[in-house]
Design a protein around this ligand. Structure first.
Ligand code: TYM
Length: 344
């Protein structure tokens, strides 16, 4: 019996942030460790997604490998045979299925995607068809491996929903080709609090901390100089209420710092609030968060520098060899359904 699949991907465009780390990398690695007996874990690098917005292509190849190293430094057990780590572009079925799914996806439904609309605004006239098509490629990533659970931050839930819509539509028209991933509420139930967690920008704590942010002042990158990162925390926007409390609406900045500290320490928000709630200024609390961020980054960067690159490359190649036939099997079902291949 094949195991149900948990699948997720993290793009390798610019440098990753502590938002990606605590919001996506750590929860999936923890889950991979805990669930790899019952589930197959696919942790992949969506390298074709990496340049849906403009990037410096001379850096991409190195960044892809760096991303893979990062999973290892964050604790992904490479020797676990139920855990696969591969690059999207090394498995051609991703691109091929996308072209098929494109013709069963509405222009209107794609135009409504929030991420597309937001990124289009940022890019002014520089919007590519690749950006528009991003969710269809993401649907292929998920459907090719019959994934049941897809842990992503809540900025990606709309893409998960469109994946389900496309799969259901195709299944209705052609018979069961695809396994439909679980609904977003079921995903939340399964993953608990890890899902939907969002670390906010330090300067504008009403928006998420994003690696595509240009100024970088509100963003802590995993490869930031730890001392510089500490300064960014000290410069974080707060408020003039002068009380330490977790309230995303009224105190978004201080709530974000509480969130960051609770994640670094691996303790609840309440515990952090209880420890600091008596304080009437923010300077001391900021200094605590800054110093713990600095220690966290120093440790993480040390672990990263110790990762064995050859072991990473071997793992990628092995997983790609293993996953090509799985992806091709699903692709063939789709090709047969639409009439591109004879039915077996
Ligand atoms: P990407 O690289 O933009 O984001 C990777 C993951 O990080 C989460 N994330 C955050 N979580 C918490 N706080 C933040 N500030 C924060 N910023 C980002 C994202 O929600 C995401 O889970 N489209 C995907 C990549 C992808 C994918 C897939 C994922 C491509 N194909 C198939 C799952 C299945 C993405 O947003 O990557």
């Amino acid at each position: 019996m094949t195991k149900p699949v948990i699948l997720t991907g993290i793009r390798a465009n610019q440098d990753l942030t502590i938002g990606n780390y605590f919001g996506a990398i750590l929860p999936i690695i923890d889950m991979a460790k805990q669930r790899s007996e019952e589930f197959q874990i696919n942790m992949f690098i969506p390298d074709l997604h990496s340049f849906t917005t403009p990037i410096d292509h001379s850096l991409l190849n190195k960044q892809i490998l760096d991303n893979a190293k990062l999973f290892a430094a964050a604790g992904l057990p490479l020797d676990n045979p139920n855990i696969y780590m591969y690059r999207q572009s090394y498995i051609p079925a991703h691109s091929e299925l996308t072209v098929i799914l494109d013709s069963f996806t509405g222009f209107g439904e794609m135009s409504r995607m929030t991420q597309f609309k937001e990124k289009s605004k940022e890019l002014n006239d520089n919007v590519s068809v690749g950006l528009f098509n991003y969710p269809v490629l993401m649907a292929s990533d998920i459907l090719l491996y019959n994934a049941k659970y897809v842990p992503v931050g809540d900025d990606q839930t709309q893409h998960l929903e469109i994946t389900r819509d496309i799969a259901q539509r195709m299944n209705k028209k052609f018979g069961d080709i695809f396994i439909v991933p679980e609904s977003v509420p079921k995903q939340h139930e399964f993953f608990g609090n890890d899902q939907g967690l969002r670390i906010k920008d330090l300067i504008d704590p009403t928006k998420k901390m994003s690696k595509s942010d240009d100024s970088g002042r509100g963003v802590i990158f995993l490869n930031d100089d730890p001392a510089v990162a500490a300064k960014k925390i000290m410069g974080a926007t707060t408020d003039n209420l002068a009380k330490i409390d977790f309230n995303r609406e009224k105190q978004p900045g201080i709530s974000n710092l509480i969130e960051i500290l609770s994640l670094i320490r691996g303790i609840s928000l309440d515990k952090v609030v209880n420890e600091y709630k008596g304080q009437t200024g923010y300077g001391n609390f900021k200094a605590v968060v800054a110093s713990e961020v600095e220690v966290f980054l120093t440790d993480f960067q040390n672990r990263l520098s110790e990762v064995n690159e050859n072991a990473i490359i071997d793992k990628l190649h092995q997983s790609e060899r293993d996953m090509i036939p799985v992806a091709n099997e699903t692709l063939l079902r789709a090709q047969q359904a639409v009439g591109l291949r004879p039915k077996g």
